[in-house]
Write a protein that binds this ligand. Structure first.
Ligand SMILES: [Zn+2]
Ligand SMILES: [Zn+2]
Length: 122
């Protein structure tokens, strides 16, 4: 079964002669690929002493992130939908207002790349 794509919705509004675009991503269901990870803030987090990059502590999988110097834990939020660089990445596609199935690539740090998925006939 094909994985459902994320849908990028572009809306255009004009105010005072200035045209602005708004970009919204609809997530078809959070998977490990687009899942957002957040710094673990459990006060009793026991991942501190782990030697590996991933460890299960207080029942949750933790991932060590060097850049943040901390343990990250998975959330049920879509990282793409809430990505800080979404407007820039969407703007770069130079699309007209509408809805588009998109693929995405998370680069280093806050980089994000989007590409419009080309539907392949079955
Ligand atoms: Zn923890
Ligand atoms: Zn998602």
């Amino acid at each position: 079964m094909a994985v459902q794509p994320h849908i990028l919705t572009i809306t255009e509004s004009t105010e005072g002669g200035v045209t602005e675009h708004a970009y919204v991503i609809d997530c078809p269901g959070v998977t490990d690929r687009c899942r957002s990870n957040l710094l673990c803030e459990a006060p009793d987090c026991t991942a501190e002493d782990a030697e590996d990059d991933t460890v299960v502590a207080h029942g949750v999988q933790h991932i060590w992130v060097d850049d943040a110097n901390g343990w990250y834990v998975p959330t049920d939020q879509c990282h793409l939908a809430g990505h800080d660089s979404l407007p820039e990445a969407a703007e770069a596609l130079k699309l007209r207002p509408g809805m588009y199935p998109v693929d995405y690539f998370f680069g280093d740090g806050y980089d994000l790349e989007l590409s419009v998925r080309v539907e392949v006939a079955a």
